[in-house]
Design a binder for this molecule. Structure first.
Ligand SMILES: O=C(CO)[C@H](O)[C@H](O)COP(=O)(O)O
Ligand SMILES: [Fe+2]
Length: 224
């Protein structure tokens, strides 16, 4: 199954002092979904934003899907709060949950789409018995915790492997890549099988969001 390509700006690199405006502008510039990085200063050495900010974006009028990437441990306690706050997708790292299957079910029971996130060094065996519960698989192409890092090329082989697993499964699961994505590497990333592209510093670091999003789409179009 072939999904539309989605560009997902990571608001980690946005100007938090005017977040509503930043999200409006990036969506107006052609972004498809909003990538929302949640860090707890425990699972990763950084501390960011929680359900209150997600709710504030919804109250501000954001209607695009919000893709909540939970870099927290433990995961379950915060899932219902994000669902109530308006999250569309909730993804988490297997290392953050004692019972992966239970957490995926919890996310779905809360009315959200569910996904698993793999650090560069996390084995794909965590996928083995849960493919039927997944709406998204997110591969990290940096170690999580900070924006602005360089893309790890080992992610390309891992993407190809997961693309095959998804296609073989017959389920409609999005394949998202996160970390160091930019106009220069997005074509190779798409060719390796991704359909959802998180980019933080590459978009918010530029003065013209539309120009960089257009460039990313043009680079993807080159690989078909
Ligand atoms: O989850 C993340 C970091 O843990 C971010 O989504 C990611 O790093 C995006 O930022 P950039 O595109 O600048 O690498
Ligand atoms: Fe992320």
């Amino acid at each position: 199954m072939k999904n539309e390509n989605w560009i997902a700006p990571s608001i980690l690199s946005a100007n938090f002092a005017k977040l509503g405006e930043e999200v409006d502008n990036v969506l107006k510039a052609g972004a498809d979904i909003v990538h929302f990085d949640v860090m707890d200063n425990h699972f990763v050495p950084n501390l960011t934003i929680g359900p209150l900010v997600c709710e504030a974006l919804r109250k501000h009028g954001v209607t695009a899907p919000i893709d909540v990437h939970l870099m927290v441990e433990p995961v379950d306690r915060i899932v219902p709060d994000f669902a109530k706050a308006g999250a569309s997708y909730i993804t988490f790292h297997p290392e953050g949950s004692v019972h992966i299957d239970r957490t995926l079910q919890l996310i779905k029971d809360c009315g959200c789409k569910a996904g698993l996130v793999f650090n560069p060094g996390t084995p794909l065996s965590h996928l083995d018995y849960v493919m039927d519960k997944l709406d998204m698989i997110l591969l990290m192409s940096v170690n999580p915790g900070f924006g602005g890092q360089s893309f790890l090329p080992s992610a390309l082989g891992k993407l190809r492997e997961v693309r095959k697993r998804i296609d073989d499964s017959g389920f409609n699961i999005r394949l998202e890549i996160d970390g160091g994505v930019n106009g220069a590497n997005i074509g190779a990333i798409k060719a390796a099988g991704a359909d959802t592209f998180v980019a933080g510093s590459a978009i918010f670091g530029k003065p013209d969001y539309k120009a960089i999003i257009d460039e990313m789409r043009a680079e993807m179009a080159k690989v078909g």
